[in-house]
Design a protein around this ligand. Structure first.
Ligand code: PHE
Length: 343
């Protein structure tokens, strides 16, 4: 009996000096004294060693100890959890706070970030440039001299104030700006908004977003281009997706290609998204044309490079099941709210 008394006195001391500053400490306290393998359980186990005539008294001691431990635990809990009621200061901390609505990223931004994150794994850095461009950066340097028929491929908005200015029709203009800086090698991504004079409908708009990429170094080959894009497709659309390159034409690349992937909606069987072909086009690409390198004072005998460019809205529409392009720019919160805050 005396041993029990001493044991309980010691435990009370331990309780009094147990440091509790946060919720996790309070939990450690509970486990130590009140848990299924805690101190209370182990002293209770010693009841069997107490003489029968002293059991009643021992039981009382134990009950007192238990009540003490529990009340101290409750105090710790109140102190360390935010919802506790602080009567001292007259402030009721258990009242619900005023909430701040949390914004979320625009679906186009999310898709853009996703694309950028994949290429960042390969060491691509991000570069940005102006949305109002001069003719040289948007066209001339990209091997589209004045009166070049390929200028008609893109319906350009001109700025009235200055006939030399356009709203950039692609982010290839940023590629020129990066090359002009003269620091090689270049491994850059150029995300941004671009403008084309197209009728606004569910499928086309007068502005949209692109991510372009540029890699220039010694001995960069078409095989590097393909491998980079294979990596991208696998990361973005999964390991089972097949890829095909079709020869194409861009004035600033030679050879040029467009890349298709097996339709990620129907898996290649044919559906409205892939117009029953089983393939969807996702980007344009090619080896940077020697004229473009020369225009930026890069020696095409020494350096080669590849470039690619893709739209952001279309993959975003497919990924998020959005059927009208206009929704992206109308800023209707009922639409935007459907994209939860970022994880
Ligand atoms: N600039 C092209 C476009 O806007 C895309 C592209 C970029 C193609 C780089 C090839 C190389 O359509």
């Amino acid at each position: 009996m005396e041993a029990l008394r001493q044991q309980l006195a010691q435990l009370r001391q331990e309780i009094d000096s147990f440091a509790v500053t946060q919720a996790a400490d309070a939990e450690a306290f509970r486990i130590r004294f009140l848990g299924t393998k805690g101190a209370l359980k182990s002293v209770m186990g010693e009841m069997k060693n107490v003489a029968p005539e002293q059991r009643k008294e021992a039981g009382q001691l134990l009950n007192e100890f238990k009540a003490y431990a529990e009340s101290i635990y409750q105090q710790h809990l109140d102190r360390t959890t935010t919802a506790s009621t602080d009567t001292g200061s007259g402030i009721d901390r258990s009242l619900p706070g005023s909430t701040q609505p949390i914004g979320s990223r625009h679906p186009v931004t999310r898709m853009k970030n996703e694309i950028v994150a994949i290429f960042q794994k390969l060491g691509f850095a991000v570069a940005e440039g102006p949305e109002i461009e001069d003719d040289w950066h948007n066209f001339g340097a990209l091997n589209l001299p004045e009166h070049h028929p390929a200028r008609d491929m893109q319906d350009t908005f001109y700025v009235q104030q200055n006939p030399d200015w356009v709203l950039r029709t692609h982010t290839s203009s940023v590629q020129i700006r990066e090359m002009e800086k003269g620091t090689l090698p270049i491994r850059m991504l150029m995300p941004g908004r671009v403008f084309r004079n197209e009728t606004i409908s569910a499928r086309s708009h007068c502005f949209f977003h692109q991510v372009e990429g540029l890699y220039i170094d010694e001995q960069v080959s078409f095989a590097d281009l393909k491998q980079t894009l294979y990596f991208f497709v696998q990361e973005m659309y999964g390991k089972d997706v097949k890829v095909r390159f079709r020869p194409s034409y861009f004035p600033f690349t030679e050879p040029s290609a467009e890349m298709d992937i097996t339709c990620f909606i129907c898996g290649g069987d044919g559906c409205p998204v892939c117009k029953k072909s089983g393939w969807v086009e996702i980007l344009g690409c090619g080896m940077v044309h020697p004229n473009v390198l020369r225009n930026c004072n890069i020696d095409p005998e020494k350096y080669t490079g590849f470039a690619f460019g893709m739209g952001v809205e279309r993959p975003a529409m497919l990924k998020y099941g959005v059927n009208d392009l206009r929704l992206f720019s109308e800023n209707d919160v009922r639409f935007l709210r459907q994209f939860p805050a970022l994880t």
